[in-house]
Design a protein around this ligand. Sequence first.
Ligand code: NDP
Length: 388
Amino acid sequence: MHWSRRDFAKLGVMGVAAHLAPRLNAQTPQRKMGVPTDGSSSVGSKTGVPTDGSSSVGSKTGYAVIGLGRIASHFMPGVRLTTNSVITGLVSGHRDKADRTAAEYGVPQSSIYNYDNFDEIANNKTIDAVYVALPNSMHAEYSIRAAKAGKHVLCEKPMATNVAECQAMIAACKAANVKLMIAYRCHYEPTNRRAIQLIRSGAIGQVQAIESAFGFDIAPGEWRLSKKLAGGGPLFDVGIYSLNACRYLTGEEPNRIAAFSSVIDRDGRFNEVEENVGWAMKFPSGIVASCNTTYGGSMEGYFRVHGSKGWIDVNPAFIYEGLHLRADCDGKPIDEPNTARDPSQFQAEAEHFSHCVQNGLEPQSPGEEGLRDLSYITMIYRSAGIAT
Ligand code: NDP
């Protein structure tokens, strides 16, 4: 199955015109996006954001973290490493956990909220922004409530569970005049940015094809296996890394998508969401990409880019540390392990958003970027015959 011009025209109707393509694209001045144009590697740099990315405002951006789960436990130490951000509030359904976290981060008891009294953050002047680290289906509700409370929103990926929710989040943040960023940490990560820089500089010639994958063997009982809470299966959760990478590596938007999905392990885990998805994309320049994701087994998160004069292999590409770029650029070998340790990626992400908040700038991965991925996820599911 392929997508007609009409299908893609709908993306425009949804307010995601081509100029909202990933800010890492070829048309965007690279210096502006912090991708080095001089061929230098940003591997090992402290944050992967422009060196002028530090706050020009004296005070720090205060974050209330909503949902004290796994990803929050990486984000909060990352914030602690920044110079422009601080944890000032917590929102949790478990007061004991919130109390322990509050003690660790110096958050006063008066800045601990639950899901019922959350809207009272409107009255808390120490909270400038929220970090939404909830199950996917709760992203839209809490982002919109935060915007209505006058708080900037940093929301985890996937942005939401459908396009309409994404549009509502963007509209709410615009109406409240607050910033909205989707936490695509790879946009701020030096090894991913180095791959983009090599491609844009022509080091591997014309990109012809990309392969990418990411998956894991999911434990039973996870909210990720509930369609109501997750919206979908591994494509929403980890396949989105490959999808987003193909877009930032090419700097293009796919104009044809074809996909398949399957359930192999009939062990009860996949009664609501898919186990495997494989999809192919064609980009306007002619670049083709093939991607896989699974919840049925361990699958390295990587991408391999084949160009007319070489190749780039980043493996691992999407995890929190240990990233490794290897390339052959017209006969010149490159081998660049990234020694940065977790939570450096979360530090970079928080620093970028706080910098945008403090200086009135648009984040590099705004709501429109999350909306685009949700649009393509919807198309992939439709092509694979999965109801959305
Ligand atoms: P967890 O299950 O570890 O944490 C989610 C938290 O949300 C819970 O601890 C809980 O916090 C709160 N919560 C509120 N309602 C529910 C509910 N009904 N079921 C479960 N939890 C609930 O999830 P993750 O941290 O792994 O994922 C959270 C989000 O972050 C997801 O959208 C995911 O896609 C994204 N993510 C992003 C990653 C990245 O690298 N950028 C990596 C991993 C996840 P409390 O007890 O405090 O109320």
